[in-house]
Write a protein of this length. Structure first.
Length: 201
């Protein structure tokens, strides 16, 4: 049976998307965090298996830019929003990912994102800030779907790459961490699965 551990040299790709209060990982808060687990089916195809999303409580002293809230549509006072402290949000994501790493005989998770330097920068800042010791992610290696989308479909913007891959895109749902992570995961699977058809890998 095909194993995801064999496909990515012992790494488990996990798609991550963050919504934040700005672009500065040191000063701006993480507001939402989502991760999508990927699995390999009996035919060696990647599929999206599970998504976890956590609302995150801004850390003390953090800055939240009004323009960021306008862009994401996040209402910090929404009664349905149940934010957790950064440490607890990292723990919830990491526990799920660590279990998947073990279950798939992988050695470590690797973050997949659309322009992932942004996401891993904020993740690493939160890990340092909270002194979280058990992150399953490689600290700097990533897979970038902006690059892969440009290679496979000639599109680097997430919405355009998703549509070019023949997938649905709902603009009204965009810019939530869970939706963007799921669509990024679908895009990553589409590229990897097409590559497998072309090359057998």
């Amino acid at each position: 049976m095909p194993r995801i551990a064999d496909r990515f040299r012992g790494f488990l790709p996990v798609v991550v998307d963050l919504e934040t209060g700005g672009f500065n990982a040191r000063n701006n808060a993480i507001l939402e965090m989502a991760a999508c687990l990927l699995r390999m089916d009996d035919f060696g195809r990647l599929v999206v298996a599970e998504t976890i999303s956590v609302d995150v409580m801004p850390f003390n002293g953090s800055i939240i830019e009004p323009a960021a809230l306008e862009f994401t549509g996040i209402d910090l006072d929404d009664p349905e929003r149940k934010p957790e402290p950064e440490h607890e949000a990292l723990k919830r994501i990491s526990q799920l990912v660590r279990k998947e790493v073990r279950d798939t005989a992988c050695q470590r998770a690797i973050l997949v994102g659309h322009n992932p330097s942004f996401d891993i920068g904020f993740m690493n800042a939160a890990i340092e800030r909270t002194q979280y010791r058990r992150s399953p992610f490689h600290p700097f290696s990533t897979f970038d779907t902006a690059t892969l989308g440009g290679l496979a479909f000639g599109q680097t913007v997430l919405s355009r790459a998703v549509r070019a891959a023949g997938l649905d895109w709902d603009e009204s749902a965009a810019h939530s961490a869970s939706y963007d992570a799921f669509k990024t995961a679908e895009l990553f699977c589409a590229v990897v699965n097409r590559w497998r058809i072309l090359t057998g890998m």
